[in-house]
Ligand binder design. Structure first.
Ligand SMILES: *Cc1c(COP(=O)(O)O)cnc(C)c1O
Length: 433
């Protein structure tokens, strides 16, 4: 399969090139040239298949031309060594719990898949070591670091802003050792991102080291997210609720929801999607006005959605031929303030005993307000509430149980290298490796 750039000013790339480069030379995002529909027979019997079996069928449609069947199957099965259960919350609303992986957020799926696919390309070609640089404000660093942990031929450098990630998040990427190095940057998340961007553009560094990025624009992180939309549908079908399914996705950079839109293109019977925003409601405003006006992000309690210029909007436009009418017909929107998020977490906990995290709360509320008679709603519960312990405990006025997996991270010893926000220092460090 070839991948083209959404800007259409760069040559088409192979899967391997798209994965190693991340971004196209014209700064566009890679898109697969064809999105293959899955046969009716697959949908007819989907409820009889396991998550791994379903995911492999979807992965084969994307990557089957480029990766041998046995290898791809192994990658998919290794990636998905945890469940993604669909849990009934109330009335016609279900939660797709994406937090049962190693770092308790949906980014585990893409992070683990990308690590294994890149590992395969490196083994196949006998490539020299690949260095993954990733800037994080919290969840991405942990998913990528844990996904790549122990993968031969790859070293990961996680750059994070000192004092600006929660203790739990920090422990998830500073305690691992092996092929993971955490760099504690004296600066903000934007400074971390600027260091990574400068490194990719620096000629000396690129001659000295093979560098790649593992953020959500990478096709190997983004496409595998389609797997669980199919599995959600399978579980709905098993429950006899698959007609008029509406899927609501708490969205920041729009990678997650875009993978769902790919699923729909492959024939997945979803009636419509809802993109739930926090106060960073750039997409919501776009739906209302037809104008896309990016602006600096503001901090909210659903911080993984604090994005002021969602990268994957380019992919949404591309999928719908840049038609506002087509996009609005397929996706509706919602946006909530911190106050509304708090209210939703509290009320849902009191009424149903279901504990939402601040991101999932946006998704839940959009369904509660937006479902029409006869529709069944699924919201993506994108992270475990214990990842936002102080916020959530503050809202419900009660202790939140910390899952064993998180507790294990808390016991590890933090190891990180201090780094200034000056590119010269970062470059000197990388050249010394
Ligand atoms: C990353 C993240 C999101 C936003 O996902 P996008 O793919 O960037 O839209 C939502 N919730 C949580 C918990 C996240 O970590």
């Amino acid at each position: 399969m070839k991948y083209y750039s959404t800007n259409r000013q760069a040559p088409v790339a192979t899967l391997e090139e798209a994965v190693v480069k991340g971004l196209a030379a014209d700064k566009g995002l890679f898109m697969p040239e064809t999105i293959k529909p899955l046969p009716q027979e697959f949908y007819d019997t989907i409820e009889t298949l396991s998550f791994q079996e379903i995911a492999y069928r979807v992965a084969d449609a994307f990557f089957g031309e480029d990766v041998p069947a046995e290898t791809l199957k192994q990658i998919v099965y290794d990636t998905l060594n945890f469940d993604v259960p669909l849990v009934h919350v109330k009335d016609c609303i279900y939660s797709l719990e994406l937090f049962h992986g190693p770092t308790l957020a949906f980014k585990d799926v893409g992070g683990r898949f990308m690590a294994r696919l890149l590992g395969y390309f490196i083994r196949k070609e006998g490539k020299r070591q690949v260095n993954v640089l990733v800037a994080t404000s919290g969840d991405t660093g942990s998913a990528v670091a844990n996904g790549f942990l122990g993968v031969e031929g790859i070293h990961v450098y996680v750059l994070y802003p000192k004092g600006k990630v929660s203790e739990i998040q920090e422990k998830q990427f500073t305690t691992l050792g092996q092929n993971i190095t955490a760099l504690e940057v004296e600066g903000t998340f934007d400074d971390c991102q600027a260091l990574v961007k400068s490194a990719f553009m620096d000629k000396d560094l690129n001659e000295h080291l093979q560098l790649t990025s593992a953020n959500s624009i990478n096709v190997a992180r983004f496409l595998p997210q389609a797997f669980y939309y199919f599995y959600a549908y399978a579980q709905l079908k098993k429950a006899g609720k698959a007609d008029n399914a509406v899927i609501c996705v708490p969205s920041g950079n729009f990678g997650n929801i875009t993978a769902g839109l790919f699923g729909k293109k492959m024939g997945l019977p979803v009636k419509r999607f809802i993109a739930a925003n926090n106060k960073n409601d750039i997409f919501y405003q776009y739906l209302q006005t037809g104008q896309y006006s990016p602006r600096p992000s503001v901090a909210t309690i659903a911080n993984a959605m604090d994005v002021g210029d969602p990268s994957n909007f380019a992919r949404v436009l591309d999928l719908y031929g840049a038609s506002h009418a087509a996009i609005s017909a397929g996706i509706t929107g919602a946006a909530y303030t911190d106050e509304q998020i708090r209210e939703t977490v509290k009320k849902t906990y009191e009424d149903t005993h279901y504990l939402l995290d601040p991101h999932g709360a946006c998704g839940y509320r959009a369904l509660e307000e937006g479902l029409q008679p006869g529709e069944t709603g699924v919201f993506l519960e994108t992270a475990h509430p214990a990842k936002f312990l102080d916020t959530v405990e503050g809202i419900i006025g009660d202790k939140v149980e910390i899952p064993a997996k998180l507790q294990a991270f808390m016991k590890g010893e933090k190891k990180s290298l201090p780094m200034t926000k000056e590119f010269a220092d970062f470059k000197k460090y990388l050249l010394s490796l």
